[in-house]
Structure formats: structure tokens, C-alpha cells
Ligand binder design. Structure first.
Ligand code: ADE
Ligand code: ZN
Length: 325
């Protein structure tokens, strides 16, 4: 019903893992190009495998999928395809997560990843009119020493990487595990954010705020279990990058009609809507808006307010934000 509105509004996407935009068709094309054997016989078989009981089920397949990315051109093709798709959804600005440790561990050089992604971003700005920047995530299932090494590598690419995030398996890997490396990242001038409260408890959201000094919370669903925490997030106007279809497919919620987005808005939280890993979760950003709007009967005003939140919470220069709003 609100489809036309959703399509017509210029939007920001603040929570997209570029490796999670790898569609099975491109996965097969890159596997062929790089002489890599996939454990699936067809694109349809890949899609059939996308049945997840939880975050870890997904991550196992996600890390396997990204193993077809080898050359600078592969990273370029991945990012440019996503940016074209984003443009079709009327996305004006993207803050793109990437997982360098998922590549360097396989022998792909850090600069191969950043060169390909940043070349695609530069071309997309010029040819599509979509602005984008890179936010490098540490994999939290690995140790802090590995994150430290990754940060050391990123310092040489400070002109291309604007922020630092934290992703991968949440349970058992609290933000406090990365306190020192996030301190270094902040001191180096990076914007910082972290996945927290997706599967992990509200205490992880507290830690992300107090120990990592984050400026945004990625997901944040379980913050809703702690009234004091909600009050603080509201007071601090801390934006949450919410990902409805991800939450559904990873069974963070059993049905979109039970999704906390409306309750979050009612509490005064600054919520945004994003796709997370669109190739795996069945929809890009507009599809996320469409399905959550329908499930929660969001009004046109509520949809427009979420879209505005995306611009306010973004790292776009203020003049650009003003033009877009
Ligand atoms: N990496 C890619 N998608 C993720 C998610 N939804 N949560 C944690 N890590 C991720
Ligand atoms: Zn995510």
C-alpha cells in the first residue's frame, strides 16, 4: 500500500555487509572465473540452503560464500552490483560494512579488498549519483590481537575507511573483549559502531556504549528488555540500525508482526531500516520497508520519519543532509 511512497523517498542505508550482498548468480560467476568449486550444483540449490535457525547458521554459509572473492575486480563487481541495486531502490547514501579478516585469513591482501571496494564506490558516485563510504568490521569470534593487526593495516587506508564496526557471532563475544582496539580506533579518528543486542543481551549494548564508545548501535533489538537502557538511548539520540528481514530470517523474531520496531518508535528511539545481508535474507532496503510497514501497519508519517532518521544518523556532510531532507 505504501509501496509508491517507499520507492519515491530518497534513503540512506547504514547497515549493509557488502559480502552479504553476494547474490548466488554472481557467486557462481566468480567461482567459475577463479576456478573454485562450490558445494552446490545450481543457483537454486544455493537459495534452498538459505534456511537459518540462528545467526551462526547464517554466518557459516556467509563465510563459505565469500570465499569466491579473490581479486580486486571481484570486490569491485560485488560492490558495484550492490550500489546499482541500491540506486534502483532510490538509496542516495550507503555506509558499507566489510569484513577484511574474512579475506585476509584466506590469503587475500587487505589492499585488494579496499582497492576493489573503493574503486566501485568512486565509480558509483560518478555514474549513479550514490555516495558511499566504508566501515571496516572486526570479526568478534576472533581475538583482539587479530583485530589489532587489522586496525594496523587499516591505518594506511584512513582516507578510504571512515569507520570501525564489530560483527559476527555475538553470543559469548561481548564488546568488552575489544575495548583496547576500539580505544585505538577512536583515538585514530574513526567513527565507531558495533552490532549489539541482535542475539546478545542488553548488557552487550551497555558495553558497546560504555566500553567501546560507539556512536551507533547495529540492531539493538534486545535493548528493549532494559527500560533504563532504553531511556539512555533515547536521551542520547543514539541511532539503531534495525534490519527487519534479517531478524525474521535469523529468527530473532518469529514473525514480523512481533518485531519491536513500532515499540522502539513509541519509546522515542531513533530507528533506521536497513537490509543487513540482502542476498541472504530475501530483500534489499525497499523490501525491508515494505514488509515491516505492512506487518506493523506503519503510517506514511512513520515511514517518512524512519527515512529521515537514516539521514540524520548518517555520516553525510550536513549540507548534503539538508539537501536530501
Ligand atoms: N555479519 C554479517 N551479517 C551479520 C549479522 N546480521 N550479525 C552479525 N554479523 C554479521
Ligand atoms: Zn549486520
Amino acid at each position: 500500500m505504501n509501496d509508491a511512497l517507499i520507492r519515491s523517498l530518497p534513503k540512506c542505508e547504514l547497515h549493509i555487509h557488502i559480502e552479504g550482498s553476494l547474490e548466488p548468480e554472481l557467486m557462481f560467476a566468480l567461482a567459475r572465473r577463479n576456478g573454485i568449486a562450490l558445494p552446490y550444483e545450481s543457483v537454486e540449490a544455493v537459495r534452498r540452503a538459505y534456511q537459518f535457525r540462528n545467526l551462526q547458521d547464517f554466518l557459516d554459509i556467509y563465510y563459505q560464500g565469500m570465499s569466491v572473492l579473490i581479486t580486486e575486480q571481484d570486490f569491485y563487481d560485488l560492490a558495484f552490483a550492490y550500489l546499482e541495486r541500491a540506486k534502483a531502490d532510490n538509496v542516495r547514501h550507503v555506509e558499507m560494512f566489510f569484513d577484511p579478516q574474512g579475506h585476509t585469513a584466506r590469503g587475500v591482501a587487505f589492499e585488494t579488498v579496499t582497492d576493489g571496494l573503493s574503486r566501485a564506490i568512486a565509480d558509483a558516485e560518478r555514474t549513479l549519483g550514490v555516495s558511499a563510504c566504508l566501515v571496516m568490521c572486526f570479526l568478534r569470534h576472533l581475538d583482539e590481537a587479530s583485530a589489532e593487526k587489522t586496525l594496523d593495516e587499516a591505518l594506511a587506508f584512513k582516507d578510504r575507511i571512515v569507520g570501525i564496526g564489530l560483527d559476527s557471532s555475538e553470543a559469548g563475544h561481548p564488546p568488552s573483549k575489544f575495548k583496547r582496539v576500539f580505544g585505538r580506533a577512536r583515538d585514530a579518528g574513526f567513527f565507531v559502531t558495533a552490532h549489539a543486542g541482535e542475539e546478545g543481551p542488553a548488557s552487550y549494548v551497555w558495553e558497546a556504549l560504555d566500553e567501546l564508545g560507539v556512536e551507533r548501535i547495529d540492531h539493538g533489538n534486545r535493548a528493549m528488555e532494559d527500560e533504563t537502557l532504553v531511556g539512555r538511548l533515547v536521551r542520547e539520540k543514539m541511532a539503531l540500525t534495525v534490519c527487519p528481514l534479517s531478524n525474521l530470517r535469523l529468527r530473532v523474531v518469529d514473525d514480523l508482526s512481533h518485531h519491536p520496531l513500532r515499540r522502539m518508535m513509541d519509546k522515542g528511539l531513533v530507528v533506521t531500516v536497513n537490509s543487513d545481508d540482502p542476498a541472504y535474507f530475501g530483500g534489499y532496503v525497499n523490501q525491508n520497508y515494505r514488509e515491516i510497514s505492512e506487518a506493523l501497519a506503519l503510517s506514511r508519517e512513520e515511514i517518512a520519519a524512519i527515512v529521515r532518521n537514516g539521514f540524520h544518523a548518517s555520516l553525510m556532510p550536513d549540507e548534503e543532509k539538508k539537501k536530501a531532507l
